[in-house]
Design a protein around this ligand. Structure first.
Ligand code: DX5
Ligand code: ZN
Length: 230
Protein backbone atom coordinates (compact mmCIF):
# COMPACT_ATOMS: atom_id res chain seq x y z
CA UNK A 1 0.00 0.00 0.00
CA UNK A 2 1.37 3.46 -0.83
CA UNK A 3 1.89 5.95 1.99
CA UNK A 4 -0.91 8.01 0.56
CA UNK A 5 -3.38 5.13 0.53
CA UNK A 6 -2.41 4.08 4.04
CA UNK A 7 -3.03 7.57 5.45
CA UNK A 8 -6.53 7.76 3.99
CA UNK A 9 -7.58 4.13 4.47
CA UNK A 10 -6.48 3.70 8.05
CA UNK A 11 -8.02 5.87 10.72
CA UNK A 12 -4.91 5.66 12.91
CA UNK A 13 -3.79 9.01 14.28
CA UNK A 14 -0.78 10.58 12.55
CA UNK A 15 2.04 12.85 13.72
CA UNK A 16 2.86 15.50 11.11
CA UNK A 17 6.04 17.41 11.99
CA UNK A 18 6.14 20.87 10.43
CA UNK A 19 9.63 21.63 9.18
CA UNK A 20 9.03 25.34 9.80
CA UNK A 21 10.88 24.96 13.10
CA UNK A 22 13.65 22.73 11.72
CA UNK A 23 17.22 23.87 11.12
CA UNK A 24 17.19 24.36 7.33
CA UNK A 25 20.97 23.99 7.14
CA UNK A 26 20.55 20.30 8.03
CA UNK A 27 17.01 19.69 6.93
CA UNK A 28 17.51 16.20 5.50
CA UNK A 29 19.03 14.89 8.72
CA UNK A 30 16.32 16.50 10.85
CA UNK A 31 13.61 14.93 8.70
CA UNK A 32 15.29 11.50 8.93
CA UNK A 33 15.39 11.81 12.69
CA UNK A 34 11.65 12.47 13.11
CA UNK A 35 10.62 9.88 10.53
CA UNK A 36 12.72 7.19 12.19
CA UNK A 37 11.11 8.05 15.53
CA UNK A 38 7.63 7.47 14.10
CA UNK A 39 6.43 10.60 12.34
CA UNK A 40 3.85 9.65 9.68
CA UNK A 41 4.02 12.54 7.22
CA UNK A 42 5.62 15.97 6.83
CA UNK A 43 3.74 19.26 7.02
CA UNK A 44 5.16 22.01 4.79
CA UNK A 45 4.20 25.58 5.67
CA UNK A 46 4.34 27.81 2.59
CA UNK A 47 4.06 31.54 3.41
CA UNK A 48 4.13 34.51 1.06
CA UNK A 49 4.56 37.52 3.36
CA UNK A 50 1.15 38.74 2.16
CA UNK A 51 -1.56 36.36 3.35
CA UNK A 52 0.49 36.04 6.54
CA UNK A 53 3.18 38.40 7.85
CA UNK A 54 6.01 35.93 7.34
CA UNK A 55 7.88 34.34 4.43
CA UNK A 56 8.96 30.71 4.65
CA UNK A 57 9.73 28.66 1.54
CA UNK A 58 8.19 27.48 -1.70
CA UNK A 59 8.50 24.82 -4.39
CA UNK A 60 12.34 24.54 -4.45
CA UNK A 61 12.45 23.34 -0.83
CA UNK A 62 9.50 21.00 -1.42
CA UNK A 63 11.33 19.54 -4.41
CA UNK A 64 14.47 19.01 -2.33
CA UNK A 65 12.53 17.21 0.39
CA UNK A 66 10.79 15.08 -2.24
CA UNK A 67 14.14 14.17 -3.79
CA UNK A 68 15.76 13.20 -0.50
CA UNK A 69 12.64 11.41 0.82
CA UNK A 70 10.86 9.90 -2.21
CA UNK A 71 8.09 8.07 -0.35
CA UNK A 72 7.13 10.34 2.54
CA UNK A 73 3.69 12.00 2.31
CA UNK A 74 4.12 15.74 1.84
CA UNK A 75 1.29 17.89 3.17
CA UNK A 76 1.59 21.45 1.82
CA UNK A 77 -0.23 24.16 3.79
CA UNK A 78 -0.50 27.21 1.57
CA UNK A 79 -0.66 30.40 3.61
CA UNK A 80 -0.60 32.47 0.45
CA UNK A 81 -2.97 34.96 -1.13
CA UNK A 82 -3.25 33.25 -4.50
CA UNK A 83 -3.26 29.49 -3.88
CA UNK A 84 -4.65 28.58 -7.30
CA UNK A 85 -1.80 30.34 -9.06
CA UNK A 86 0.86 28.38 -7.19
CA UNK A 87 -0.80 25.00 -6.51
CA UNK A 88 0.48 23.45 -9.79
CA UNK A 89 4.07 24.28 -8.83
CA UNK A 90 3.59 22.70 -5.40
CA UNK A 91 2.31 19.47 -6.95
CA UNK A 92 5.07 19.46 -9.55
CA UNK A 93 7.59 19.86 -6.72
CA UNK A 94 6.14 16.78 -5.01
CA UNK A 95 3.31 17.81 -2.68
CA UNK A 96 0.82 14.96 -2.09
CA UNK A 97 -1.77 17.17 -0.46
CA UNK A 98 -2.39 20.85 -1.09
CA UNK A 99 -4.37 22.74 1.56
CA UNK A 100 -5.67 26.24 0.85
CA UNK A 101 -7.24 28.83 3.14
CA UNK A 102 -10.95 29.50 2.73
CA UNK A 103 -10.16 33.19 3.41
CA UNK A 104 -7.88 33.32 0.34
CA UNK A 105 -10.36 32.36 -2.39
CA UNK A 106 -13.69 33.66 -3.64
CA UNK A 107 -15.19 30.26 -4.55
CA UNK A 108 -13.80 27.53 -2.28
CA UNK A 109 -15.71 24.68 -3.94
CA UNK A 110 -14.32 25.65 -7.34
CA UNK A 111 -10.84 26.01 -5.81
CA UNK A 112 -11.02 22.51 -4.31
CA UNK A 113 -12.10 21.07 -7.66
CA UNK A 114 -9.32 22.87 -9.51
CA UNK A 115 -6.65 21.64 -7.10
CA UNK A 116 -7.96 18.08 -7.25
CA UNK A 117 -7.57 18.15 -11.04
CA UNK A 118 -3.82 18.49 -10.47
CA UNK A 119 -3.80 14.84 -9.33
CA UNK A 120 -3.14 15.48 -5.63
CA UNK A 121 -5.20 15.32 -2.47
CA UNK A 122 -6.86 18.58 -1.50
CA UNK A 123 -7.42 20.22 1.86
CA UNK A 124 -9.20 23.28 3.16
CA UNK A 125 -8.33 25.27 6.25
CA UNK A 126 -9.71 28.15 8.26
CA UNK A 127 -8.23 30.69 10.63
CA UNK A 128 -9.25 30.65 14.31
CA UNK A 129 -11.47 33.72 13.78
CA UNK A 130 -13.26 32.27 10.74
CA UNK A 131 -16.66 30.73 11.49
CA UNK A 132 -16.92 27.01 10.79
CA UNK A 133 -19.97 27.68 8.60
CA UNK A 134 -17.61 29.09 5.96
CA UNK A 135 -16.24 25.65 5.16
CA UNK A 136 -19.25 23.39 5.66
CA UNK A 137 -20.33 23.58 1.97
CA UNK A 138 -16.81 22.58 0.91
CA UNK A 139 -16.37 19.52 3.11
CA UNK A 140 -17.61 17.00 0.58
CA UNK A 141 -15.06 18.24 -1.97
CA UNK A 142 -11.89 17.83 0.10
CA UNK A 143 -9.79 15.03 1.57
CA UNK A 144 -8.38 16.97 4.51
CA UNK A 145 -9.87 19.65 6.77
CA UNK A 146 -7.26 21.59 8.70
CA UNK A 147 -8.37 23.53 11.76
CA UNK A 148 -5.94 26.32 12.67
CA UNK A 149 -5.38 26.47 16.42
CA UNK A 150 -3.15 29.57 16.18
CA UNK A 151 -3.28 32.63 13.96
CA UNK A 152 -1.17 31.40 11.02
CA UNK A 153 2.26 32.85 10.36
CA UNK A 154 4.61 31.63 13.03
CA UNK A 155 5.59 28.54 14.96
CA UNK A 156 5.76 28.57 18.73
CA UNK A 157 2.41 30.21 19.52
CA UNK A 158 -0.03 29.17 22.23
CA UNK A 159 -2.71 26.60 21.42
CA UNK A 160 -6.21 28.12 21.17
CA UNK A 161 -8.38 25.49 22.83
CA UNK A 162 -11.56 27.28 21.75
CA UNK A 163 -11.17 25.75 18.26
CA UNK A 164 -11.85 22.26 19.63
CA UNK A 165 -15.59 22.91 19.24
CA UNK A 166 -15.00 23.48 15.51
CA UNK A 167 -13.15 20.16 15.35
CA UNK A 168 -16.11 18.35 16.87
CA UNK A 169 -18.55 20.03 14.48
CA UNK A 170 -16.45 19.15 11.43
CA UNK A 171 -15.61 15.61 12.50
CA UNK A 172 -19.30 14.68 12.70
CA UNK A 173 -19.69 15.64 9.05
CA UNK A 174 -16.65 13.86 7.60
CA UNK A 175 -16.67 10.56 5.72
CA UNK A 176 -14.43 7.67 6.78
CA UNK A 177 -11.97 8.50 3.98
CA UNK A 178 -11.50 12.13 5.03
CA UNK A 179 -9.03 13.37 7.63
CA UNK A 180 -9.31 16.10 10.26
CA UNK A 181 -6.02 17.88 10.96
CA UNK A 182 -5.06 20.47 13.58
CA UNK A 183 -2.21 22.97 13.37
CA UNK A 184 -0.71 25.28 15.95
CA UNK A 185 0.52 24.97 19.51
CA UNK A 186 0.17 21.20 19.68
CA UNK A 187 2.42 19.56 22.25
CA UNK A 188 2.63 16.63 24.62
CA UNK A 189 0.30 18.27 27.16
CA UNK A 190 -2.62 19.07 24.84
CA UNK A 191 -2.50 16.52 22.00
CA UNK A 192 -5.00 14.26 23.76
CA UNK A 193 -7.58 17.04 24.00
CA UNK A 194 -7.38 17.42 20.21
CA UNK A 195 -7.66 13.66 19.74
CA UNK A 196 -10.78 13.64 21.93
CA UNK A 197 -12.29 16.34 19.68
CA UNK A 198 -11.89 13.99 16.70
CA UNK A 199 -8.57 15.08 15.18
CA UNK A 200 -6.70 12.51 13.05
CA UNK A 201 -3.53 14.36 11.99
CA UNK A 202 -1.53 16.46 14.44
CA UNK A 203 0.86 19.11 13.11
CA UNK A 204 3.74 19.82 15.47
CA UNK A 205 6.63 22.20 14.81
CA UNK A 206 8.26 23.89 17.82
CA UNK A 207 7.31 21.22 20.36
CA UNK A 208 9.48 18.79 18.36
CA UNK A 209 12.20 20.84 16.68
CA UNK A 210 12.89 23.23 19.57
CA UNK A 211 13.83 20.28 21.76
CA UNK A 212 17.30 18.72 21.76
CA UNK A 213 15.90 15.16 21.69
CA UNK A 214 13.36 15.21 18.86
CA UNK A 215 12.90 11.41 18.69
CA UNK A 216 11.95 11.38 22.38
CA UNK A 217 9.23 14.00 21.76
CA UNK A 218 7.85 12.08 18.76
CA UNK A 219 7.74 8.92 20.84
CA UNK A 220 5.97 10.68 23.73
CA UNK A 221 3.42 12.22 21.33
CA UNK A 222 2.78 8.74 19.92
CA UNK A 223 2.33 7.36 23.42
CA UNK A 224 -0.21 10.06 24.26
CA UNK A 225 -2.19 9.09 21.16
CA UNK A 226 -2.14 5.43 22.14
CA UNK A 227 0.15 4.49 19.25
CA UNK A 228 2.95 1.93 19.28
CA UNK A 229 6.28 3.53 20.06
CA UNK A 230 9.14 2.82 17.69
C1 DX5 B 1 1.58 28.28 11.65
C2 DX5 B 1 1.90 27.08 10.79
C3 DX5 B 1 2.12 25.89 11.63
C4 DX5 B 1 3.29 26.03 12.54
C5 DX5 B 1 3.03 25.24 13.78
O1 DX5 B 1 1.39 29.36 10.84
O2 DX5 B 1 0.86 26.79 9.89
O3 DX5 B 1 2.19 24.69 10.88
O4 DX5 B 1 4.49 25.61 11.96
O5 DX5 B 1 4.01 25.52 14.72
P1 DX5 B 1 3.86 25.10 16.23
O6 DX5 B 1 3.63 23.61 16.29
O7 DX5 B 1 5.16 25.51 16.85
O8 DX5 B 1 2.70 25.87 16.78
ZN1 ZN C 1 0.76 24.70 8.96
Amino acid sequence: MTTSARLFQSSAPCIAPSILSADFSKLGAEIDEVLRAGADLLHLDVMDGHFVPNISFGPPIIASVRKSHPTVFLDAHLMISDPLRYAPAMVKAGADNVTFHVEAVTDPVAAAKEIRKLGCHVGITLNPATPVEMILPVLEHVDVVLVMSVVPGFSGQKFMSQVLGKCETIKKRLRADQRLEIDGGIKVDNIQSAQQAGVDWFVVASAIFDQPDRPAVVRTLRERLGLAVK
